[in-house]
Structures are given as structure tokens and as C-alpha cells.
Design a protein around this ligand. Structure first.
Ligand SMILES: [Zn+2]
Ligand SMILES: [Zn+2]
Length: 106
């Protein structure tokens, strides 16, 4: 069980940033969905999660580019590099954007 769980988290970590990973873990706990499954179930869960992450990773403004800019100080990762630099307020929480941090997938 421990081994399966570790592999599962490694796969997810490759696709998303650390901050996002924390949010995902919290979301999973709320959903009460068992991450450890085997065989075909595992494939189905992974493919569904992949789809979920892909949808989530698109910029909230242009819906076209991947998110790559974190708003400060609220920390929301919801915008691509292009759109984010033109925003004065965060689309998610509405707080003032005092700065941005560019993020990169490993
Ligand atoms: Zn954009
Ligand atoms: Zn925000």
C-alpha cells in the first residue's frame, strides 16, 4: 500500500507545482476518494486525474495557455505569463496583485 501511494504521488508531482500539489492533496482528502487502487481501476483514476489537471492548468483569462504565473501576495496560480502581467487584481480572490512569480514545470 505504501509503495502504491508513493508512485501515485510521484506521477502527480511531475505534472504540477509544489504549491498546486498541496491543494490537490487537500482536495483529494475532502473528496474521500481512495488513491490506492490496482489494475484497471488505477488506469481509470490516473486518466481521469490527468484530464482534471490539464483542465485546471489552463489560464483563467485566455483559456488557451498553461498557467505559469503566481500572484502575490495571495499565491494563486491561475494565469499564463502573458495575461498575468496585465492584471491588477486576482481573478480567484479579487485581492490586489502586488507582484508575480514566474513558475516552470520541471
Ligand atoms: Zn492567459
Ligand atoms: Zn488570489
Amino acid at each position: 500500500m505504501c509503495v502504491s501511494l508513493k508512485v501515485w504521488f510521484c506521477n502527480r508531482a511531475n505534472a504540477i507545482t509544489g504549491m498546486d500539489l498541496m491543494q490537490e492533496i487537500l482536495t483529494i482528502e475532502e473528496r474521500d476518494e481512495k488513491p490506492v487502487v490496482d489494475g484497471q481501476n488505477m488506469a481509470a483514476v490516473l486518466s481521469r486525474e490527468n484530464q482534471h489537471l490539464r483542465n485546471k492548468a489552463l489560464c483563467s483569462y485566455c483559456k488557451r495557455l498553461e498557467v505559469s504565473l503566481v500572484f502575490l501576495p495571495c499565491g494563486h496560480l491561475v494565469s499564463c505569463n502573458t495575461c498575468g502581467n496585465m492584471q491588477r487584481t486576482c481573478v480567484t480572490c479579487g485581492s490586489n496583485v502586488k507582484g508575480t512569480v514566474r513558475t516552470y514545470n520541471a
